[in-house]
Write a protein that binds this ligand. Structure first.
Ligand code: MN
Length: 307
């Protein structure tokens, strides 16, 4: 009863409680193009954040004009999807399924590695020549065992295809990349139910974001400062700043947050996949045998090649 009284409620529904704020300030370079903060990966937090396996955040980083394209050359993936969200700068992708394209600020690339793919990820030719600031996120989303053999695929989700919804009380905006918010549906086709939202929340504004009960739920603060509301929760009132991941309990019907400073957030919720996760390098499968098979398949050229 006490708990009930103290919980934050929206339309009579209990909100999700903040579990903790996770920080990892460790940086590494992906190839020579992407200086990322490894927010989580499948050997650590990714185990409890199913279906999300890995999240890298490249905070704004200046690149001088150059001649040689920076990035990472041909490499394989199998068993999951890679989601690249570009905030600043321009990227070019190419893969062995024939997919590929250029994504710039506001665009998203959603690549299904499925049964196996080889791809490359570079700065675009224009961005390389002109230089500029790069800011992006790469998220890995797991596939169920039965979908790990799905044919590889590629979705370019351009800014114009991604609905931008104004938040109540002029609190900011929410772009629906995947899933839905209110009446708006995101363009990404996903194998399991999930929401991926690009949220901008203005300083001093608060918002209740409805999210499904039972979904793994977290948000990455890309910039600014966001406080999590909720009186019944000892972690409530904690703030997330650049690179921090706020992790919520699965139970509950949404998030209540407030921006202490203009904030950019990537909000994630997804139906957990209750299957073993065995990952090694670029492959995420359900058993060690499948990982060994993936290496063998790649070496035998069964994941295709880049032209
Ligand atoms: Mn890759």
């Amino acid at each position: 009863m006490k708990n009930e009284m103290n919980s934050v409620r929206t339309n009579g529904k209990t909100m999700k409680k903040l579990q903790r704020i996770h920080q990892n300030t460790e940086m590494h370079w992906v190839g020579n193009g992407f200086p990322v903060r490894s927010v989580f990966d499948y050997n650590g937090l990714g185990r409890e954040l199913s279906p999300f396996l890995m999240l890298d955040y490249a905070a704004p980083h200046p690149f001088p004009p150059g001649k040689e394209k920076r990035g990472v050359g041909g490499h394989p993936h199998k068993g999951f999807e890679t989601v690249t969200v570009a905030y600043q700068g321009e990227l070019e992708h190419r893969d062995s399924s024939g997919g590929g394209g250029k994504i710039g600020a506001g665009d998203v690339q959603w690549m299904t590695a499925g049964s196996g793919i080889v791809h490359e990820e570079f700065h675009s030719a224009d961005f390389t020549r002109q230089g500029g600031t790069l800011q992006m996120v790469q998220l890995w989303v797991n596939l169920r065992a039965r979908d790990k053999s799905a044919p590889p695929g590629y979705q370019t989700l351009l800014k114009a295809q991604i609905p931008t919804v104004p938040l109540p009380d002029q609190a900011g905006t929410l772009r629906v990349i995947a899933g839905d918010y209110g009446e708006q549906q995101g363009p990404a086709k996903t194998f399991t139910p999930m929401n991926v939202w690009d949220v901008k929340l203005l300083a001093g504004k608060s918002v209740d974001l409805p999210l499904p009960d039972g979904h793994t739920t977290a948000f990455l603060a890309l910039s600014g400062e966001v406080a999590v509301l909720g009186e019944s929760n000892s972690a409530a009132g904690m703030v997330a700043r650049t690179g921090d991941l706020a992790i919520f309990e699965r139970a509950g019907h949404g998030l209540a947050i407030k921006a202490n400073a203009d904030a950019s957030l990537l909000v994630l919720s997804g139906e957990p996949i209750a299957e073993p996760v065995v990952g090694y390098g670029p492959f995420v499968m359900n058993s060690r045998e499948e990982i060994q098979q993936a290496f063998a398949d790649y070496q035998l050229g069964r994941m295709g090649e880049l032209d």
